[in-house]
Design a protein around this ligand. Structure first.
Ligand SMILES: [Zn+2]
Length: 424
């Protein structure tokens, strides 16, 4: 149905009246199709420094592309420490357990994670897939669930993803924690780093009860995969684990089941594209903690040519400490998340970088809607006629530089995107 109507305006807030249709997408690619050579199925590995793969690069050239899967907008990390020696080693507890908790507590809401807000996909909400074409808002939805120690023996060599999934399920069960699809379960093991395979860590997923959980496995990196942190703030082992954790977390957010964002041949996710690229000696997190963290890939920086160069000279890497160019994100949606027909839902956008002050402009487009524009940090809209439409936020900085942020709004059974409107 095509309908176009004039829309009412509310004071400084523009209103859109539209309804939703089911335009949900499903992944078209099997995870098994993304096997990394020598790593087995269902894993995405992060190789040590110096390993550049058969093509001579850490990842294929070119931008990240969207393969239609999900992203994680509200991941909650749990750290699991696996190995017989861990519970009796006070140095380990004070150093790595405390240090990684500080890292995970600080990365949520940090400028570092803001790099990822340009990626989008479907999301899980309350362990159910409700929305499609959603865009990541890790600024306000990230959390750290806590740490667990498992003193049972860790594998002596690289375990399968099913082995690690089973370990996570077991530890959660023992500790009375319900597995969640929004959980990112980072398993730090005493398993020695293998100088032949040179894998620092990997991420994958598995099924635990009714939940498809996201997992990562980290080898003992006390003498491997060092970012060469010269700050003196951390032990070498902690510095390596924090850097590799930033890589795996960022990739899990943007490619949680290996069917969402990656470069052309499936071996290059956001972390891989900027592996071993450090544009600052330290990255400051939201809680003030500092770690030496690799950059993450930004398609915007790459297309604009204003990122830092990766190992093959592509200027698409950012670490969130410096934003050479103004960038805008739609950073929040409505609360509560479902709004009945004919009531307003809201979006908020914010800009960073470039030269303040900023001017924010909104545009709403779609064959089924009346086009409208508005200015200011928020947009308000209402369900009206069926069909998908698009919401753009555009920022212009004092120097005249601009950036756009597109959020497709396509409902599934009456739900819209992470902007959370309406119920229909
Ligand atoms: Zn990776």
């Amino acid at each position: 149905m095509k309908t176009s109507r004039r829309l009412p305006l509310l004071a400084t807030v523009s209103c859109l009246v539209v309804a939703c249709t089911d335009n949900s997408t499903t992944p078209t690619e099997s995870p098994a199709a993304r096997r990394v050579s020598g790593a087995g199925p269902y894993k995405h590995v992060f190789h040590g420094r110096g390993w550049r793969g058969p093509t001579g690069a850490y990842a294929p050239p070119g931008p990240m592309t969207d393969h239609g899967g999900a992203v994680m907008t509200a991941p909650k990390t749990y750290a699991i420490f696996w190995g017989t020696s861990l519970g009796t080693d006070p140095t380990f507890t004070a150093d790595k357990m405390t240090g990684l908790a500080t890292f995970f507590q600080g990365v949520g809401g940090s400028p570092y994670e803001r790099i990822l807000t340009e990626y989008s996909g479907s999301v899980w909400v309350n362990d159910t897939v409700l929305y499609t074409y959603l865009t990541l808002d890790s600024l306000s939805h990230y959390g750290f669930g806590g740490s667990f120690v498992d003193n049972r023996s860790a594998p002596s060599s690289d375990p399968s993803s099913s082995t690690v999934t089973a370990e996570v399920c077991s530890v959660l069960s023992i500790n009375g924690v319900t597995p969640s699809q929004n959980g990112f379960y980072s398993v730090y093991a005493t398993t020695p780093f293998d100088p032949i395979s040179r894998i620092c860590a990997w991420h994958s997923y598995g099924d635990c009860g009714n939940a498809r959980i996201k997992i990562a496995f980290y080898f003992d990196l006390d003498n491997a995969c060092s970012p060469n942190d010269a700050s003196g703030l951390h032990s070498s082992g902690l510095a390596a684990l924090a850097n590799v954790s930033a890589h795996e977390l960022s990739e899990t957010i943007t490619d949680p089941t290996l069917v969402t964002w990656y470069a052309t041949d499936g071996s290059g996710e956001v972390g891989d594209k900027c592996a071993w690229t450090f544009s600052d000696p330290l990255v400051t997190l939201a809680n003030g903690a500092q770690f030496k963290l690799q950059d993450e890939w930004s398609n915007k920086a790459y297309s604009g040519g204003f990122g830092y160069q990766n190992q093959i000279g592509e200027a698409g890497c950012l670490d969130g400490q410096v934003w050479p160019h103004v960038m805008v994100s739609i950073t929040s949606g409505n609360s509560p998340s479902k709004v009945p027909t004919q009531q307003y839902c809201n979006w908020t956008a914010s800009a960073i970088g470039g030269t303040p002050p900023y001017t924010l402009t909104w545009t709403v487009e779609g064959s089924n809607v009346t086009p409208l524009t508005a200015t200011g940090p928020t947009l308000s809209a209402m369900e009206y006629t069926p069909g998908p439409f698009a919401v753009y936020a555009t920022v212009t900085d004092a120097g005249g530089s601009t950036d756009n942020f597109l959020r497709d709004v396509r409902g599934s059974s009456g739900y819209w995107d992470i902007s959370n409107c309406p119920q229909g």
